[in-house]
Structure formats: C-alpha cells, structure tokens
Design a protein around this ligand. Structure first.
Ligand code: ANZ
Length: 912
C-alpha cells in the first residue's frame, strides 16, 4: 500500500467528502462570499470528454483555495438537458426522451464525481426537472407580463401600459390584444426557413443556396406565427453595461458586434404621383417628422445622409409593405416573377457579397428631398426587410453593394465626394469610393468634410421635418419557439370560440397552475407540416376548459437556450417551492463572481442570460444589473500533436521527436525539422481522449494536474498522454517525499523530522507559498504547479525534511490534486479533511534569498565557498572566512592582505 495508488485513495476521499457533506454550502454565506460557476454541460450520450474538466478543474482550484481563506463558497453543478439528441433518440427507439436524458445525466454525474470536484451536490438540478422548468415557465410569464417603457428605459408591468382611450372603449379583449403588441414575449408572423423534409424551421446559418445544410433538402420561406422575445428593447443596455464587467476584451467585442449599434438618420422620400412634392414638403416643415411615415412616402435608414445628393435610385426589400402599391401595371408581371424567385433565399444568401445582385424595377419613382429629383424605386433582395426600415436610398458612387447593383442594371452613378487623392476613376463614376473626403455636387454643402456634412445635414433634415437621427441594431428579436417535443411547454392558452376557432385572445396559465408538464406522446416523429409534435397530444392536455371557456394550449416549446438563462439563480435556492429564488438569498449570493466556460458561448447564451436578468432586475426580482461579474473562457483541448516529415508528409512517432527552441526535430538527427499539428478532437479522426480511461490508468489527480499544467487556461492546447504520465511522476515523487514507500504500513518517510527548516530551505518554502498563492489568484495554474515541482525537487534531496514544511506543501497542493493531498495530510497525522485548513501564509522577508554564497580565494585561487547573510560587512566577512576549516587548512602562512567585497568575494593574500 505505501506506494502511491490513486485507484485506492481517490474513491476513498470521494466517499469521505460525500458522507461528510464536506462541500455543502450554508443557505446564507457566513462572511465573505464567493460564487463560482461552471457553464453546466449538456449531458450527451457519449459522456464527458476531456475538454469539460479543464474549466471545471480551474474553478475547483479557485473554490478549494477560497475555502481555505475562510470564504463562503457557492459552487454548484447541474445539467442543461433539453435538446435535440434526446428527441432524435426517442424517434428512433420510441422511448420517452426523459429516460435517455436521465441515463446520460447519471453517466455525467458519475464522471464528475470521479474527478473530485468540490460541488455542493445537494444543489444539483437539470433544466428538464419539472420543478425547475416550472420556474422557467414562470419567468416566461414575467416576460409576457412586461412591456418596455422607452421613457424610463426599463421594463414595467403590462397593466401600467397606457392604453389609448379609443382602444379601452372597445372592451377587454381589444385591450388585451393591444397589450399583446407591447409585451416582451409576443407572437408574430415571422418569415422562417421551413424545411418540410426535416420537419423543422432552420436558422439562417443552416440554409445554403435555398437548401438545408444538412441533407440539402429544399427550404421554403414561410410566415409562421412564432413566439418572439423583445431583446432589441434592451440592446443599448446590453451594450452599455458590458463596460462594468471583468470579461476578456475579445468577448466584449463579440457581444458589441453582435448587438451592432449603428448610428444614422431616418429620412422620408415622397413617392412621385402619390402626392404633390412641394405641398408635402411644406406640411413636413410645419408639422415635423412623423413617428411613422405617411402613406405617400418611403422611409429609409442611412448611415450616410451626407451622400443624399448622390442618390440615383431607391431600393425596397421584396417583403416591404409598399411593394404592391408602388408596382405599376406595366411592371406587375416582372415584379411577381421576381418575388417568387427570391422567396426561398435566406438572409445570409441575400447578403453574400460574392453573389450577383438581382432586382426588378417597380415602375414608380421617389423624389429626393434635397433636390426634388425623381429617382426610380427598385425591388431587390440585397435589402433586408428586417433591418432599418426595409428600404434604402442607393448611392452607387459610395456604397459597394449599390455600385455592384447599378453596374448590373445600368443605373446612374453620381460621385458626391472627392477622395483626398483625387482619384480620377472615382470622379468619373467608374469606381466606388466609400472613404471620407470633400463633398462635391452637393449644393450648399460643397467643400464640407464628411464629419461636418453628416452633422449639418442631420440637423437640416430634422429642421425641415424630412428626417431625424436614428439608431439601429443588428440584434434581432429572439425567435423563441421551436417545433419540438423535448423542451419547456409555453404556459400560454389560446382562447377558442364556440366553433373551436382561435379568437386571438391569449391567456397566461395562472402561476398556481404551473408547471405545464409535457404530455405523454405515442409517437415523436415529425409529420412534415409545421405544426409541432405537441399538436398530437391527447385532447385532455391540448384543450383545457377554464371557467367554462375552451382553450387550446400553445404547442410550440421553448428553445434549449431557455433553461440556461437563469440556472445560476436557481442554484442559490434550488428547492424553493414558493419562488424561483428567495430574495434575501439572491441578494446575499449574487452576482456570480467567476463564470468559466467555452468561448462558443461568447454571444448567444451570455446575451440571452443577461437579457433575462435585466428584465428580472427591472421587475424587482433580482438585485444586480448583471449576472456574471467575471468571465473566463477556457481554451479548447486539441488531440495529441501529430508529427510529419516536411518532404513527404510521412508520419513520425512522438517518441522519435524532441523540441528544440520553437521547433520539433528528430531525436536521431537534430538537423531535421518535423512539422507538428494538433487537430480538434473528433470521433472521425479517432483522437478523442476518454476521461474514464485516463482516470483508470493515471488517476483523477493526474488528469486534473495535467489539464492545468498544459498551459495558460485561456489558450488552445494539444493533449499529451506523455504529459499525463509526467505529472503522475511528479505526484509519485511528492508521495515518496513524505511516505515511506518501502514500509509495510503507511508511515512517514524516515527523513521527515521535527526540525525547524534550515535558512535556505525556509526561503524555498516561503517562495513557494508566495508564488503558488499569487498564481492561483491570477488563475495561472500551470506556473503554480511548476513551483510545486521545484519544491519537491528541492526537499526530496534533503536527508532531513521538516514535517511542518511537508504540511505546508500538502496544503498548497490540495486545490489542484485534492485526493493525494487529503491522503498525505492523514499520513502526516491529521484526522479531519484539509478542505478548511487555513491557507499557508508567507513572510515577504523570507522570500528574498537572504543568504549568499561567497567564493573564498587564497592568492586568487578558489579554495571554498561560505554562506553568509546578504550584506555582511567587510569585517564580518573576513572573520567568518578565517573561521572556516577549509580556509584554515590553506592558510599556511600569515595573511598579508585581505580583500573583502560584500556579497561578492573574499581573497586572502599570503606569502607563498
Ligand atoms: C446610403 C448609403 C451611402 C449607405 C453610402 C451606406 C454608404 P449599417 O452600418 O450596417 O447600419 N441599409 C440600410 N438598411 C438596409 C437594409 N434593410 N438592408 C440592406 N442594407 C441596408 O449600414 C447602414 C447602411 O446600410 C445604410 O446606409 C444603407 O445604405 C444600408 F455611401 O444609405 B446607406
């Protein structure tokens, strides 16, 4: 037994922690709190992969360290368990998704426990737990019950929405429908990418050239009544509040770009023939720019109002509501055929700059408000209905997309800027110029620089009621429904009339009737129509009758993102059946102090969760504006490095190569460089590493240590079994430094003694404490481990190893390799877990090397070295050197001269 045997000690300590509930957290923090959260995993059928433990080990180290500092630590774990694979499995095998989900969770839980993470398992939850999604539904109802008040810039209860008297006069159901238009959760006819063959709606990213990416099935753009969440109302706050967060700049930038704030101007163009331009302009001058355009004008959004004089045509999106009205009889056939042609193209395809632009003339003209010129209105799909106003003023001289379009259709190109290099091509309208310069062809604005022009024209348009500053966001409202079974049902009922047709009135399931559970289905298969599988639920579920009125339940389910939007709140109070979280507990534990997870969640999950949090904040349910104060993304773990010969691509075994500086070379011939590459782990490449096997062969502590030792947390790193073996070797040495591995029993190594450490050893000890402490605080675990390795190298060589120093070492090692540390702690004579031992303190004075070794020469020849405190004076140096036995041996005649340089050298000159 005295050999280091992880397969015995790891289960022993895992049982100990579990039995003693070592890591159970009190309801309220006692003293300083620390909330450390991992992005909870999706429990897939293939179990944990080695990427998961990377972030989980990092947070575990932080938590174990913080407990030793006396902090109250909240460190929970759960499962994000709704999702497609469970449903697909159900379709194949006809087993309810809950069963495969629970099996997968069992595997994940076992594997997480096998790695010794210090979670408070009493707080475990899964988004699929009925008691959990009851509150997901409850939060949905909060969103449904909230409207965004632009005046106060926050979400407010829907019954505080001002209802116009003429609506109020029409009665309750009209008021209800009016309110529905303002709710943060609302129904809307959205153009979706519907793929009948796959039986689902697809995201824009999943449609290529009008076909599904998976399977290449035809995709139709159909309007489908979908639940939407009004995240756009929070766009500016979501952007602004990033400022106060301790997140990597890269992630902040991704979020900012996704939100995509764009500052510009909205301007109206009168439509020729529908109104008299001069009187239209006069009315505008008198009444100002209306909130919605009048029916005879076309509103555009532009970031370059300073190019108004260069507008040579207009474009409306094919879905623009004015299309029918502006299409003249002569153009109708052409327009209709164009609309049919583009109807299946996804937004992504439409925006692809490489694709040839297409469009059709509507037959109508608009009038440029700055110069009264008539310009043709085109219909083209490079303008999206969902952005800005769905219509643009086209300036081919200065916008690349417009330029390309004008070239295809032979439209006029009028430059209104002279580039600073006076490029002739631009001035001749032969080349597009999107930079800044000096205005030309622009009437009174000629000679203006871009910035000044923008400011002046915006003010002038506003004064004449023709335009106003406007902000647009790339961010779209969040399409929140899925035509799926394995998701949270919406707690919404559609009122039916006597004949069973929907009246359009929505009713929220009352809070005390939550949760709305998923019904049992006979068959989960999609049927090719866009009705969700829940439409096949038994009538008792589908058609509830309340107070004599018949309703149909909403049959869409929520997307997988829903459950992960608020799990961090539930962890604070996971078994509360009165509220989603107790307010006192929420105030005590929030915000999450450290959140660690994969960079793939940089945008959507983090944006969605922040949005829900802000709504809950506005409605007074949570106390912080933001949920996650500090965010770290761990780098991905790649497969083992692969080596090839550059000449012929032939594979070289990792045993045959070694690193030389930045390169890899052949061991047999260092002049031959080999190429190295690490690929993403994937089943098809066969380079996936299974944590079960690593733990079986090396132990969980070695896996943990290796994952941290590979390199900086945030970097991508290649896996290496040799590296795991290397850290295992270090743990073996650490073990032998303390335990007598030759004894029959578990006893301390004979070298362990009660001495105080010698001065030089004390310095090593304090330096180690200091660097490990600093490194853990900076999440620089790889260097912390390197310091511990140096410690073992130093102390293993000593014949007398002070027990106190060994104890300190074990405490320092414990956050990273907790099982071996607990075992060594026990061998060192302790009967309780070390999890709450005080973290070792260091003495700054002792971390500076206080002793120096000084060469002693006699007649310029080195004879010995002496160790003295740094700064020892000349006189003392001379005295100490003269006392040294070796020196005395060589001093065969009296010293005629002593040269002593403090901290440097001593040289005695004697007559030879
Ligand atoms: C005239 C103009 C001249 C424009 C110029 C640009 C350069 P961002 O920064 O992305 O907000 N645009 C507006 N709405 C659009 C829509 N629904 N679909 C496609 N394009 C649209 O870009 C705003 C610019 O994108 C707007 O400014 C408009 O073209 C175009 F030299 O107006 B611009």
């Amino acid at each position: 037994m005295p050999r280091y045997n992880p397969s015995v000690i790891e289960p022993k300590w895992q049982n100990y922690w579990e039995m003693h509930k070592t890591f159970a957290t009190s309801r309220l923090p006692a003293g300083e709190k620390l909330y450390v959260l991992d992005m909870f995993p999706y429990p897939s059928g293939s179990g944990l992969h080695v990427g998961h433990p990377e972030g989980y080990t990092a947070t575990d180290i932080v938590c174990r360290y913080a407990r030793m500092l006396g902090k109250s630590v909240l460190h929970p774990m759960g499962f994000d368990a709704f999702g497609l694979p469970a449903e697909e499995h159900a379709i194949r095998t006809n087993t309810p998704p809950r069963i495969s989900t629970e099996q997968n969770i069992d595997t994940f839980r076992r594997q997480l426990k096998m790695l010794g993470f210090s979670y408070d398992w009493d707080r475990e939850l899964a988004t699929t737990d009925v008691e959990y999604f009851r509150w997901t539904q409850w939060i949905f109802l909060v969103l449904f019950d909230t409207w965004y008040d632009p005046e106060s810039g926050k979400g407010r209860p829907i019954d505080e929405l001002p209802v116009p008297p003429e609506i109020a006069a029409k009665g309750e159901s009209e008021v209800s429908k009016y309110r529905d238009r303002f709710r943060l959760a609302y129904l809307s006819d959205e153009l979706v990418n519907w793929c009948p063959a796959l039986g689902t709606v697809l995201a824009n990213e999943e449609v290529i050239d009008g076909k599904s990416e998976r399977g290449e099935h035809p995709v139709q753009r159909i309007p489908l009544r979908q639940w939407m969440l009004r995240i756009t109302a929070y766009a500016d706050r979501l952007e602004r509040d990033l400022g106060g967060l301790a997140w990597a700049d890269g992630i902040k930038r991704l979020q900012t770009d996704w939100i995509g704030r764009s500052d510009g101007v909205e301007a109206d163009f009168a439509i020729a023939g529908m109104t008299d331009f001069e009187s239209w302009k006069a009315t505008r001058g008198a009444s100002g720019f209306p909130a919605t355009p009048d029916s005879n004008s076309l509103r555009v959004f532009t970031t370059r109002a300073d190019t108004l004089f260069g507008v040579t045509y207009m474009v409306v999106a094919p879905e623009h509501p004015l299309v029918a009205r502006i299409t003249t009889d002569g153009q109708r056939a052409a327009v209709e055929s164009y609309l049919a042609e583009v109807s299946s193209r996804s937004d992504r395809d439409r925006l692809d700059v490489k694709k040839q632009k297409t469009g059709v003339f509507s037959g109508s003209f608009a009038i440029n408000p700055v110069n009264g010129k008539e310009i043709p209105i085109w219909i083209a799909d490079y303008v999206l209905a969902s952005y800005g106003t769905g219509a643009i003023m086209a300036v081919p001289a200065h916008d690349e997309r417009d330029f390309a379009f004008a070239k295809v259709y032979g439209l006029e190109i009028i430059p209104v800027y002279r580039p600073d290099d006076a490029d002739e091509q631009v001035l001749a309208g032969k080349k597009c110029f999107s930079g800044e310069g000096e205005a030309i062809n622009s009437g009174v604005y000629d000679g203006c620089r871009t910035d000044e022009f923008k400011r002046r024209i915006a003010a002038d348009l506003q004064k004449s009621g023709l335009g106003k500053p406007a902000v647009n966001y790339k961010l779209r409202d969040w399409l929140f429904s899925r035509q799926r079974f394995w998701g949270e049902p919406f707690p919404i009922l559609h009122e039916l009339d006597e004949r069973g047709n929907p009246t359009g009135v929505l009713r929220a399931v009352s809070m005390n009737e939550l949760p709305v559970e998923l019904p049992e289905l006979e068959d989960y298969k999609p049927h090719g129509r866009p009705e969700p599988p829940l439409a096949k639920a038994p009538d008792e579920w589908l058609y509830p009758v309340i107070e004599g009125k018949k309703y149909k339940r909403e049959t869409n389910t929520m997307p997988q993102w829903a459950g992960s939007c608020w799990y961090y709140l539930r962890f604070i109070d996971p078994r509360n059946d009165k509220a989603f979280v107790d307010q006192e507990l929420e105030r005590a534990w929030m915000p999450v102090d450290l959140y660690v997870g994969g960079a793939e969640h940089a945008v959507l999950h983090l944006l969605y969760a922040r949005f829900w949090h802000k709504v809950l904040f506005d409605r007074g349910y949570v106390s912080t504006k933001e949920p996650f104060q500090r965010l770290i993304n761990q780098g991905i773990i790649l497969g083992e490095m692969e080596f090839t010969r550059p000449q012929n691509g032939e594979r070289v075994s990792p045993d045959e190569v070694e690193k030389q500086g930045d390169y890899w070379v052949l061991k047999s011939d260092n002049s031959v460089r080999v190429e190295s590459r690490a690929h993403k782990m994937s089943k098809s490449r066969g380079n996936v590493v299974n944590p079960d096997e690593v733990v079986r062969d090396y132990g969980a502590d070695s896996l943990r240590l290796f994952e941290m030792f590979m390199g900086p947390l945030e970097q991508a790193k290649p896996w290496s079994m040799a590296g795991v073996n290397g850290v295992k070797g270090f743990l073996d040495r650490a073990w032998r430094m303390i335990v007598d591995s030759r004894a029959e029993e578990m006893v301390l190594a004979p070298a362990i003694c009660g001495d105080a450490p010698a001065p030089a050893d004390l310095v090593v000890l304090h330096k180690t404490i200091k660097s490990v402490t600093k490194d853990i605080e900076n999440l620089s675990f790889n260097t912390a481990i390197a310091r511990l390795m140096e410690f073992v190298n130093h102390f293993s060589r000593l014949d007398r190893r002070p027990k106190a120093a060994m104890e300190t070492f074990v405490l320092l090692l414990s956050p990273m390799a907790p099982h071996i540390a607990e075992e060594l702690w026990e061998v060192l004579g302790h009967s309780k877990t070390l999890a709450f031992e005080p973290w070792p303190a260091f003495d700054e004075k002792l971390t500076i090397d206080s002793m120096v070794e000084i060469p002693v020469q006699i007649n310029g020849k080195l004879r010995t070295r002496i160790e003295v405190p740094r700064g020892t004076s000349k006189e003392d140096l001379e005295r100490i050197a003269l006392e040294d036995p070796r020196v005395r041996e060589y001093l065969v005649s009296p010293v005629s001269k002593a040269i002593c340089v403090p901290d440097r050298l001593v040289n005695f000159v004697i007559k030879s």
